[in-house]
Design a binder for this molecule. Sequence first.
Ligand code: UD1
Length: 420
Amino acid sequence: MDKLVIQGVASLKGEVTISGSKNAALPIMAATLLTSEDCVIRNVPMLRDTKTMVALLKSLGKKVEFSKNKLTVTQPAALKHIADYKLVSTMRGSFCVLGPLLAKLQKAKVSLPGGCVIGIRPVDLHIKGLTALNAMMNFDNGYVIAKTKGLKGAHIYLGGVFGSSVLATANVMMAATLARGTTVIESAACEPEVEDLANMLIDMGAKITGHGSPKITIVGVKKLSGVNYKVIPDRIEAGTYVLAAAATRSNITIKGANYTHLMSLMDKLEEAGIKVINEKGIIHVKARKVIKPVSVATHPYPGFPTDLQAQFLAVMALAGGISVITDRVYPDRFIHIAELNRMGANIRREGTNAIAQGVKKLYGAPVMASDLRASAALVIAGLAAEGTTEVHRIYHLERGYEKLEEKLVALGANVWKEKA
Ligand code: UD1
């Protein structure tokens, strides 16, 4: 197993180009199941997770070529309806094949994804939404078995205890594209990744309006066609580099990101005294020596993303005072606190809050990555820390950050991979 070695304190400079969005690409790849025609998807990040989705599509009968960030999906034979445990359990994003399979084949058997270190992660909203579309949903031996005599449009409220759900909205929206009649999803997720999926479906011939807002209307069509589509940039990757610059008090330039997708982060950075300038789509980060403490709570989009909570906490660990970081999307997503504290941070957890008393310095240490975004927080801390940090279990990072080591080295960081 590889580890990432970081020699700090890094002084980052130069520019970094942002890859395509992982969380947009995964449901977009699943949406190719809605047509038997050829699909070309561009700007797909070459990551462990997108490769898992390629394997899943292949296991379902698609032929997939994936090179240079371009995916070509064709269908040489009939689709299969069973999504295997081995492929769904390693990545929750796989669960969004359920809606397309059900719509296309009137049946699907998809392994339940299970929980992970960031929380229990139920699928009740997926089940509720698809049931409302006239599907019969049963559970057997760790699988969801879905059947329908024909999907029918419905008026569905899809809000849950923690607000809207990204992948439940994606699953229901994809299924509704081929349902008879009109579907209205209330309390739909507004994330740019859901909007991107809707735009791709529209290019395939779907009739969707309201995407990007909490009320999405889908008028079912008989058939969807092939598509040639480009995935949006990854806002979480972009936010991670912005926060790496903030923690190391560096000035860097970020190309290819969508600034408007990051407004909640930019607002908090301004409060922290970090200057971020958006110049015709190019983002310049000018960090300051003194980081002001800023409190934040995560919310569904356009609120502060839970996927940047850990990285933001790594920056606040170095602020000149106390900040309170609350996760309202995944209340248990705080496993990184203990690892950051091993590097000299002073953070304690109280319920759904992380309370950080900023320290002057962090110190390098061997640390253990627990999940994708927590790993990114440890990399940020390692870049800002004095001495050597070893981030173990970097396969988590490989799930979501394309060419991370290469991009950091190009920014002047002293980072390399080693066998652990
Ligand atoms: C997606 C993202 C993930 C991100 C998350 C929240 C992908 C592949 N993953 O995950 O990176 O952290 O959005 O922005 O896009 N919930 C329920 N019932 C459900 C579904 C979800 O209660 O049926 C809860 C979850 O436990 C969580 C909240 O709703 O508390 C939001 O989760 P959701 O938006 O569904 O996350 P994912 O779509 O799985």
